[in-house]
Write a protein that binds this ligand. Structure first.
Ligand SMILES: *Cc1c(COP(=O)(O)O)cnc(C)c1O
Length: 376
């Protein structure tokens, strides 16, 4: 059996190696390293894939979030709502810009923004809402947009884990996540559903004015060369990464399908076990399965992790500490904020290897090992 990894990037690379090598070498010999034609082409192809007017590539997903909040013109003290149950980057940029983070709860079954919690958190200082499509599952964008539109608040979607996932509205129309709110932010970190071979990110919007502001912020606040209207940052996707992403974008739907088949295998194997609550897919969402995450009931989680590790099966907890209890935020929020579903999930979530290259032999070995442990 192939050695198990949380993410197997090597086997995936082997399948596109010739194409990737050729196109990386082409960029190197072209010397168009910064904002070269590969970046422009990727931008266009990604716009087409997502069916969005503007893609603005940038250096990573964290920058995408930061640039979006800067482009929206938020000022210190403005409140930005985000779920606590997510990766730190979502909250970090809020803190970095001296904005006031307002942490809300997530739904107990789909891991994304709880709509009542969102509604209750709105004040007259709320200037942005940042939902996260966690693990590849879409947050309930229809309800989020209803709340946001009612109060005139822009939505910045964090779609770092869910690029390519489709949201279906109650009238039957479908959109890719990241193209529904005012702005979408994504990451091309290697292990993401669309990952490059280094760092990368992108910002999506259908708003022309906002798009030019985002371009300005991400390029030193520059309007024309050497004229800097506002304080910006320097955040670019490099040409080599763009060349790799162009190749991988053509495989994205096939990659998402492979993740879904692995998830189906897991679901089927775990279905009879009450101790293992398998991930749901809401009717409005399809799933990118960036992570395959179980909710454990009455299972010694550390024990299970150790047992699997002893059998060379890696596993992980995304995330062991919610953002409102992290170092930088805990003094302000830990006592004040009570997020019961976030606490509940933090104690119970458990993620198994998930990537595009899992074969049945590996899946059989993983699932039977998990079941062995809970039957002990
Ligand atoms: C990975 C990730 C980010 C940050 O992306 P980087 O490219 O690593 O900066 C932001 N939000 C979420 C939810 C992520 O998973």
């Amino acid at each position: 059996m192939k050695k198990l990894q949380l993410v197997d990037l090597k086997t995936q690379f082997e399948k596109i190696k010739t194409e990737v090598n050729e196109s990386v070498l082409n960029v190197i010999s072209s010397t168009a390293y910064i904002n070269g034609p590969e970046v422009k082409s990727f931008q266009k192809e990604f716009e087409e894939y997502l069916d969005v007017k503007h893609v603005i590539p940038c250096a990573n997903g964290t920058d995408a979030l930061q640039i979006s909040l800067m482009a929206l013109g938020l000022k210190p003290g403005d409140e930005v709502i985000s779920p606590s149950f997510t990766y730190i980057a979502t909250a970090e940029v809020i803190g970095l810009l001296n904005l006031t983070a307002v942490f809300i709860d997530v739904d107990k079954r789909n891991f994304t923004v709880d709509i009542d919690s969102l509604r209750n958190a709105i004040t007259d200082k709320t200037k942005a809402i940042v939902p996260v499509h966690l693990y590849g599952h879409c947050a309930n964008m229809e309800e989020i947009m209803k709340v946001a539109d009612e109060f005139g608040i822009p939505v910045v979607e964090d779609t770092a884990q869910a690029i390519g996932s489709n949201f279906t509205f109650s009238n039957g129309t479908t959109k890719k996540v990241g193209t529904i709110g005012a702005v979408g932010c994504t990451s091309f970190f290697p292990s993401k559903n669309l990952g490059c071979y280094g760092d990368g990110g992108a910002i999506m919007t259908n708003d022309d004015e906002l798009a030019s502001k985002i371009r300005m912020v991400s390029n030193h606040g520059q309007t024309k060369r050497y004229y800097h209207e506002i304080i910006g940052v320097n955040s670019r996707l490099d040409s080599i990464q763009a060349a790799i992403l162009r190749i991988k974008l053509r495989h994205l739907d096939e990659y998402l399908a492979a993740r879904n088949s692995a998830a189906e295998y897991y679901n089927k194997a775990f279905e009879p076990y009450k101790a293992l609550e398998t991930p749901i897919i809401e009717e409005w969402s399809d799933h990118g399965f960036h992570q395959y995450t179980l909710i454990l009931h009455g299972v010694d989680r550390d024990g299970l992790m150790e047992y699997l590790a002893s059998k060379e099966i890696p596993s992980n907890i995304y995330y062991p500490l919610p953002n409102h209890k992290q170092g930088s935020f805990k003094d302000v929020y830990e006592e004040r904020v009570s997020l019961s579903n976030t606490d509940y999930l933090t104690e119970r979530v458990f993620s198994l290897p998930m990537h595009t290259e899992l074969d049945n032999e590996q899946l059989e070995y993983i699932t039977s090992s998990v079941i062995e442990f809970i039957n002990k």
